[in-house]
Design a protein around this ligand. Structure first.
Ligand SMILES: [Cu+2]
Length: 195
């Protein structure tokens, strides 16, 4: 009972901290490194394209909702499989590139404060002669689907509006709980360290 009360009190304090700081904008995650870097010339395709920020990204639900890395060539064709893996402060996607030329990497992530941020960077690809070029797709790839299935107009979207609203409410609630727990743990750890 005595042991449980410290974390619980910390959680309460965490909730209070979150409530008190919810209105003043907290700092956004800042990008600290990317693969490739802005303006870089790649001579071979890296294993992953990566964006790393200064703190953990907010992957509510653990499925990468709101996260994206899109690589396009000079003619607007998309490369890669559309899958994004979020881990702590970084997100990555398996890298693929086509012919030599100029490319753009656009990316979007959810900051620790719940805000969605995006940016783009330019890079160049100059592979050795004979390097294998991946095929580009005319539309952004969707993770888990074959690229550019430009056939039948069947739209698999089924969610109605109330489901979307409920989902939004659930996400906001989840964010608040996560922030509160995080702040509580931080306070608890700080107290432990001090004590
Ligand atoms: Cu923000």
């Amino acid at each position: 009972m005595r042991r449980a009360s410290a974390p619980l009190a910390s959680l309460g304090l965490g909730l209070a901290l979150v409530a008190g700081s919810a209105l003043p904008a907290s700092a956004h995650n800042a990008v600290v490194s990317t693969t490739p870097e802005e303006g870089e010339t790649l001579t071979e395709v890296p294993e992953f394209f990566v964006v790393t920020t200064n703190e953990a990204m907010l992957d509510v639900g653990g499925e990468g909702a709101g996260f994206a890395i899109q690589v396009t060539d000079g003619s607007g064709l998309f490369y890669g499989d559309g899958c994004v893996d979020v881990g702590g402060p970084s997100m990555s996607t398996p890298a693929a590139l086509g012919e030599a030329g100029d490319y753009t990497m656009a990316f979007q992530y959810v900051s620790a404060d719940g805000h969605t941020l995006s940016d783009t960077l330019e890079f160049r690809y100059e592979p050795a002669a004979g390097a294998e070029a991946s095929a580009g797709a005319p539309v952004p790839p969707t993770c888990g689907e074959e690229p550019a299935a430009a056939s039948g107009g069947e739209d698999p979207a089924t969610g109605d509006e109330s489901a979307a609203v409920l989902g939004t409410v659930a996400v906001i609630g989840g964010v608040i709980v996560l922030l509160a727990v995080g702040a509580g743990v931080a306070v608890w750890l700080a107290r432990r360290r001090r004590g």
